[in-house]
Design a protein around this ligand. Structure first.
Ligand SMILES: Nc1ncnc2c1ncn2[C@@H]1O[C@H](COP(=O)(O)OP(=O)(O)OP(=O)(O)O)[C@@H](O)[C@H]1O
Ligand SMILES: [Mg+2]
Length: 464
């Protein structure tokens, strides 16, 4: 550290030495002191004042410098400041200052610890939480919110989905009301992408504002599952009872015939029992499909975990369909890339996708036709992925039906599909599985020229 500046030392010395020097000068002038000792006294007085001034100013300058640094850094007064000020009064001030600084530093640490504890609680909350600035910009999101809105793997930043959420009219309205009325508000929201979600948003105005400037806290609870359960229950009863009524009515009819007119007719009995077995089998398949569909719907908003070697899965499913293919004299060609691995993915569900699409090609294709099954790697918008394609050369699907094929129980030709043993749930199941995998399903068809179903699924980025 540089020494104290000379003009300041001079001024301090003048302050210290002025009074004794003036007294000495007065004594000299009045002849009360001989000139020589008087001059010596004046000199001694000036020297002592200079020395004292230098020490004084030096101590104070060191203390001031230490305080400046403490303010700029973390509130800790460097040891050098407390080091040996020569003047007792300055030493006392220095001691007091370092005690005060220690105190402040301890409090600073406490505030930091409390803040970190607060952040840990918010971060660890199981429900998604967003903190917004007074102009509604997102400032913070806890781990649950980041998971909810993560668009890709490892996406830590808040992306377009948060912006879409904040633009939602019901939420924007709740935020307005919360700020105007200074009271918490709630809003029910439906977010259509990336998978439909139903959320309950609780909007809390913060007064005073949070440490990071946050004025609004939005707490989201995912009600998708509950609402899906409610709706599914209603749908299930309506659709299933409708679909079950036909085979059930025929079963009841046959039972009555067997009890009455056909009681003693072994040939008719055998024929009716065969039909009854077929109808019961149809009912069993319908119930299996319905239960499978509700299971998939319940987990649709939870992304899958694991990896699915698509080529292996596709090959195994194709082999299992061999008898069905032979029954219709169809040929199957496979083009399978072993390196196509879907991830994150649920291998069992993807096997079901392959099975349903192949079954459709066989069931709705043409006799002695050709089914092409392919699995390949396919990037989509820079994201690594895999594509599964099932194509046939059957009658195809009229254009106007294509958008509705994935609805439950939707069949182009109800009678024909039913005769072929279909319930109209296969593609609904495929769509839900593909949605759960954050994939895409594309259906292309030209009437008379076959149909082509293409499923794109995300894949893990290549290693290394
Ligand atoms: N490859 C195809 N060629 C022509 N039409 C098809 C093809 N795949 C599906 N379809 C049409 O789409 C409808 C819906 O298919 P979906 O798989 O959902 O039901 P399904 O095959 O009738 O019954 P299941 O529930 O047993 O699969 C079918 O009924 C059929 O009309
Ligand atoms: Mg089907």
């Amino acid at each position: 550290m540089a020494g104290p500046s000379f003009p300041r030392v001079l001024r301090a010395a003048a302050l210290i030495g002025a009074a004794p020097a003036l007294v000495l000068l007065a004594l000299l002038a009045g002849g009360h002191v001989a000139p020589k000792p008087g001059a010596a006294g004046l000199l001694a007085c000036a020297a002592a004042a200079l020395l004292l001034g230098r020490v004084w100013i030096g101590d104070l300058a060191r203390l001031a410098e230490a305080l400046r640094r403490a303010a700029a850094e973390d509130g800790r007064v460097p040891e050098a400041a407390a080091r040996a000020p020569l003047l007792p009064a300055v030493r006392e001030v220095a001691d007091g200052v370092s005690r005060l600084a220690r105190n402040l530093a301890e409090r600073g640490e406490l505030v930091g610890r409390l803040r970190r504890a607060d952040e840990a609680i918010v971060e660890g909350l199981p429900d998604p939480l967003l903190v917004l600035s007074p102009n509604r910009a997102p400032l913070r999101a806890n781990a649950a919110a980041r998971t909810l809105f993560a668009t890709g793997e490892g996406a830590e930043r808040l992306g377009g989905d948060v912006a879409a959420l904040l633009r939602h009219p019901a939420l924007a309205d709740a935020v307005d009301r919360a700020l105007a009325e200074r009271k918490p508000q709630a809003a029910d929201l439906v977010l259509p992408v990336p998978v439909p979600r139903e959320l309950l948003a609780q909007v809390m105005p913060m007064e005073p504002a949070l440490a990071d400037g946050g004025r609004i806290v939005v707490l989201l609870s995912d009600r998708t599952r509950e609402r899906a359960v409610e709706r599914m229950r209603a749908d299930f009863v309506a659709n299933a009872s409708h679909e079950l009524r036909t085979p059930l009515a025929s079963l009841i009819g046959f039972i009555e015939t067997l009890r009455g007119p056909a009681e003693d007719d072994p040939a008719a009995r055998a024929r009716f029992l065969a039909i009854m077995a077929e109808q019961s089998e149809r009912m069993r398949r319908l119930i299996d499909d319905l239960l499978g569909l509700s299971r998939i719907e319940l987990t649709e908003h939870q992304p899958p975990v694991g990896r699915a070697p698509l080529a292996e899965i596709a090959h195994a499913e194709a082999a299992a369909l061999e008898p069905l293919l032979r029954g219709r004299r169809m040929t199957l060609t496979e083009a399978l890339d072993e390196a196509a691995v879907a991830a994150p993915a649920d291998a069992d569900q993807l096997a079901q996708v392959v099975r349903n699409l192949l079954e459709n090609a066989v069931r709705h294709g043409r006799d002695a036709g050709e089914v092409r099954l392919s699995v390949a790697r396919a990037e989509a918008g820079g994201r690594p992925g895999v594509a599964l394609t099932v194509a046939d050369d059957g009658p195809g699907i009229p254009r106007e039906h294509i958008p509705r094929l994935t609805e439950r129980f939707y069949r182009v030709d109800r009678g024909r599909s039913r005769a072929a043993g279909g319930t109209g749930l296969g593609l609904a199941i495929v769509k839900h599985i593909v949605n759960r995998h954050r994939g895409q399903l594309a259906i292309e068809s030209e009437e008379g020229a076959g149909a082509r179903f293409r499923v794109w699924l995300p894949a893990a980025p290549p290693l290394g």
